[in-house]
Design a protein around this ligand. Structure first.
Ligand SMILES: NC(=O)c1ccc[n+]([C@@H]2O[C@H](COP(=O)([O-])OP(=O)(O)OC[C@H]3O[C@@H](n4cnc5c(N)ncnc54)[C@H](O)[C@@H]3O)[C@@H](O)[C@H]2O)c1
Length: 343
């Protein structure tokens, strides 16, 4: 089976390629990534066989390029898994048009390409954020209404709606997986765990939004990759599957855990002005995907400890990734500026 997987030079995409190359022997992969600010081929360098092997071919390009996408899919692709996206809520607030282009128009291109290729399954990676803020005792199932509370979530929810429409009108074989907050090695350091770890390791304070009492459900990336592959193989066509972990933690508690793992002082937390419209809690039920046989397997505290250690012992990776995001110097990265302005 030959798959097109997009967004593979990013965090989850690189783990998915690794997972499939390690756990299957009949899957070959064409990787497509535009190498945007969060994508770097270094994320694929450590996987078995490296970036190019008999089972893995990397293409530098965008899902916004319809001709390219159609050419790749027409060349014997049996399935497409789309992870390519702009993913950061704060960036979406400043640059919403980029999210419309990459997260909605790009998905439409993939749908157009898949539509022309018989028997080609399409799997979209979506997020628990499309349901908007909920209470932790009220887990969303897949029928819950979409109520995105920020421009990133709105772009992902829009893509999901286009996919549902394509299933209805074009009879596409498509499935959607909505994942909780992922964590693990190789995550771009504007996201909480690598960002806070890096700040502590470089003797800086960690900027925590508001009172830090927002709740997130933390899913280890390797568990999410198993969920994606489970749905790709066994998910019913036209269906949506939530993949939650049930590891709810406030951002404040997560900060304490990271600080404790690095033996730093809790006084390193510096509360900054809250994100506008910051959703209080995301919470999804995993009952439906459980019927396909998927459960998270990883012990949360152990995975978190290993993740923090990974960032601690991969300073060269961190330096490379930080440098690529910088217009000028590491200190002038988007998120450094962003948090400085909130103090
Ligand atoms: N990280 C999470 O917690 C989480 C949770 C649920 C769902 N998701 C979804 O999973 C997917 C991957 O997220 P991630 O955390 O790995 O993000 P990431 O930012 O680490 O990676 C995204 C990748 O997509 C690439 N990309 C962006 N626009 C592109 C385009 N137009 N064409 C081709 N490549 C493009 C980037 O270069 C990057 O390599 C996204 O769709 C995201 O919405 C993420």
């Amino acid at each position: 089976m030959k798959l097109l997987i997009t967004g593979t030079a990013g965090f989850i995409g690189s783990h998915l390629v690794e997972h499939l190359l390690e756990t299957t022997d009949d899957v070959s992969i064409v990787s497509l990534d535009a190498l945007e600010y969060s994508g770097n081929k270094i994320n694929l360098a450590s996987i078995s066989g490296g970036i190019e092997s008999d089972r893995h071919h990397f293409v530098h390009g965008s899902i916004c390029d319809l001709k390219l996408v159609e050419e790749i899919v027409a060349d014997g692709i049996d399935g497409v898994i789309n992870l390519a996206a702009h993913t950061h809520v704060d960036r979406a607030h400043y640059y919403p048009e980029l999210f419309i282009k990459n997260n909605i128009e790009g998905v439409l291109n993939l749908l157009r390409a898949v539509e022309k290729k018989p028997n080609c399954r399409f799997l979209q990676i979506s997020t628990d954020e499309v349901y908007g803020a909920v209470t932790p005792d009220n887990l969303c199932n897949e029928q819950a209404s979409l109520n995105p509370g920020n421009f990133y979530a709105a772009s992902k929810a829009s893509a999901d709606l286009y996919i549902s429409a394509a299933i209805n009108t074009d009879r596409l074989d498509a499935v959607i997986v909505r994942g909780a907050n992922n964590f693990g090695p190789r995550q771009f350091p504007e996201k909480m765990i690598p960002f806070f770890t890096h700040r502590i390791l470089t003797d800086k304070n960690i900027p925590l939004y508001g009172d830090g009492l927002q709740l997130r459900d933390w899913l280890y990336v390797k568990d999410f990759c198993r969920a994606i592959w489970t749905v790709f193989r066994s998910g019913k066509s036209g269906e949506i599957y939530n993949a939650g972990a049930g590891n709810h933690l406030t951002n404040l508690s997560m900060s304490h855990k990271i600080i404790d793992l690095l033996s730093a002082e809790r006084s390193r937390i510096s509360h900054v002005a809250d994100r506008p419209g910051h959703d209080f809690c995301y919470a999804i039920s995993r009952k439906k995907i459980g019927q396909l046989g998927w459960e998270p397997e990883t012990d949360f505290d152990q995975a978190l400890s290993e993740t923090v250690r990974w960032y601690q012992s991969n300073s060269a990776w961190m330096k490379t990734i930080m440098a690529q995001n910088s217009d000028k110097t590491e200190e002038e990265c988007f998120f450094e500026r962003h948090y400085r302005e909130r103090r």
